[in-house]
Design a protein around this ligand. Sequence first.
Ligand SMILES: Nc1ncnc2c1ncn2[C@@H]1O[C@H](COP(=O)(O)OP(=O)(O)O)[C@@H](O)[C@H]1O
Ligand SMILES: [Mg+2]
Length: 367
Amino acid sequence: MLDLRGKLRVGLVFGGRSGEHEVSVVSARSVARCLDPAKYDIVAMAIDRQGMWAAADVAQRILEESGDRADEVLAFSGEHRLDPRLLAGDVDVVMPILHGPFGEDGTIQGLCEMLDLPYTGCGVAASAVTMDKVLTKRLLRDAGLPVVPFVVVTREQWSGSLPQARGELSLPLFVKPARLGSSVGVSKVKSWEAVSPALELAFRFDDVVVVERGVPAREIEVAVLEGDPPVVSLPGEVVPGHEFYDYADKYLDNACKLLAPAPLSEEQVARVRELALEAFRACGCDAMARVDFLLDRESGVFYVNELNSIPGFTPISMYPRLLGLTGVPYPELLDRLIGLARSRHQKRRILAAAALQPLAERAASHS
Ligand SMILES: Nc1ncnc2c1ncn2[C@@H]1O[C@H](COP(=O)(O)OP(=O)(O)O)[C@@H](O)[C@H]1O
Ligand SMILES: [Mg+2]
């Protein structure tokens, strides 16, 4: 519902119970600056590191503080198990700008569905799938898309050694928790002796671990935005400053370089854009995702590495930058995400009503 001035109330949700809490705050500040004040009233909603929702004035203050770096974000404490304004339906659309578990993974999307509120970004299933590296790889593989060879190890199966992988994989390996992000718990392994400690580390963060072939790779990223037709951006490239794109590289020391656009041939650009849209569809995405690739320097193959359903939205983040390069400026990107949220909500209402119709008819014929 519009307020008296015709503005939409956007519940901007940020912070959260994940390793990317601070990045989320920085992303949300950037979103808040780019939401057109003539069209939107921002309702700040902040979740602390323990999962508690902050009071309205605290959330507002956190959002308004300056600081575009993760290490400039101050800690805060929440006081509600759920923001009362959400429960009361006091927003017109929810915009979760949360990265990682408890936000990017279908949880807040499910909450919004239960509250019957429109929300930006992918739906429940695609959010959950893209957070899970194993489910993602299986869906991509099923769609015939190139993924690096991998084996899955569950805590129950793990006996301290990895005999099955020796036949299927060759060194170096990458060992990763299935459902995390920001490279936490990810190791590059160069000898079979180092596999056990890497698995132990990954099992600290998840019950399911992926072991995959390490590719001598360039890291290429493509932004996809739903629409008719969908926007598939020019590719960008991350040049890690460390041995791989690890946590320090992403958030601490700025040693990595982001190239937008990526220096690729015309054919490579066409190929990776095509793969990005196929990967987006294969995972059931219906709003936005950043699709990350590993481009094998030796074979030239583009492997789909992962999809991020709520990519970074900081001023230097790849997702908004790549869309900007491709003709969708940041404020328009936000308008489009909000428009998609509202139209999906409308469609789901119509479908839900249609599903109830036969029941109503049956009830009427029985009375
Ligand atoms: N199979 C691989 N071959 C080479 N590098 C890899 C591979 N898998 C991951 N990496 C490196 O590790 C980083 C983090 O892995 P990624 O799968 O993207 O996990 P996260 O969800 O934590 O970002 C990647 O950006 C890349 O630098
Ligand atoms: Mg990644």
